[in-house]
Design a protein around this ligand. Structure first.
Ligand SMILES: CC(C)(COP(=O)(O)OP(=O)(O)OC[C@H]1O[C@@H](n2cnc3c(N)ncnc32)[C@H](O)[C@@H]1OP(=O)(O)O)[C@@H](O)C(=O)NCCC(=O)NCCS
Length: 189
């Protein structure tokens, strides 16, 4: 799959690069990132290096997924990660995953990055459905999904086994035919 680069809302999304390993390590050792996402725990420097040098490039090359590093478009500082984690081409659908570095939270980074990626995924990439699973008590992530125009589709009881505990997950979906969230630029999808 051809690598993409997306810009808007003061953000730049591009595939992860080797120089991202340090900031990725810092963000993925944050307790909230470890609590709510499926990053390895404990998270090592080798995990960060593997993500940016092997996993990311492989995902893009095979079309299995589309991970983006989210940067401040002005400073180039890495603010987070936003990606299509699983693309099922036969169904034209993909699953979305994200985290934002602790120091960059609560200023619209996840909402902006999700809007940009969803616009690309449902537009240029040609997907027709995006899925997003969040733990039922992950208020921040649920709000990001809602701000992104996703519809709450149900609660999947005990769906995930995460750090030894079964977790209830809420499922959100966004179809290419759904209306854009209010306030988003027309070009989003
Ligand atoms: C979830 C996460 C990505 C949100 O990123 P963010 O850039 O801070 O989100 P935004 O600034 O775009 O905020 C989006 C909405 O969520 C709300 N929000 C953000 N953090 C919140 C929190 N801790 N509690 C409640 N609401 C929160 C914001 O107020 C905003 O809602 P509003 O527009 O109604 O005010 C970030 O908190 C994070 O990385 N958490 C750990 C990893 C994680 O949970 N990943 C998702 C797994 S499904």
């Amino acid at each position: 799959m051809r690598e993409a680069e997306l810009r808007g809302d003061g953000l730049r999304l591009r595939p992860p690069r080797p120089e991202d390993a340090g900031p990725v390590l810092a963000a993925c050792t944050d307790p909230d990132t470890q609590r709510w996402t499926r990053v390895p725990v404990p998270y090592s420097e080798a995990d960060a290096v593997a993500f940016v040098t092997r996993f990311g490039p492989d995902q893009w090359a095979t079309g299995a997924g589309a991970p983006f590093a989210v940067l401040d478009d002005g400073t180039g500082v890495l603010l987070g990660s936003m990606g299509l984690n699983v693309i099922v081409w036969a169904d034209r659908r993909a699953e979305v995953g994200y985290w934002v570095a602790p120091g960059a939270r609560r200023r619209g980074v996840a909402t902006g990055a999700l809007g940009l990626m969803a616009g690309w995924a449902l537009g240029e990439l040609g997907l027709e459905r995006l899925e997003l699973y969040a733990e039922a008590d992950n208020a921040a992530s649920r709000r990001v999904a809602e701000r992104g125009g996703f519809t709450l589709e149900g609660v999947l009881r005990g769906r995930d086994l995460h750090r030894g505990e079964r977790r209830d997950m809420v499922a959100y979906g966004l179809l290419a035919t759904d209306p854009r969230p209010s306030g988003s630029p027309a070009e989003r999808w």
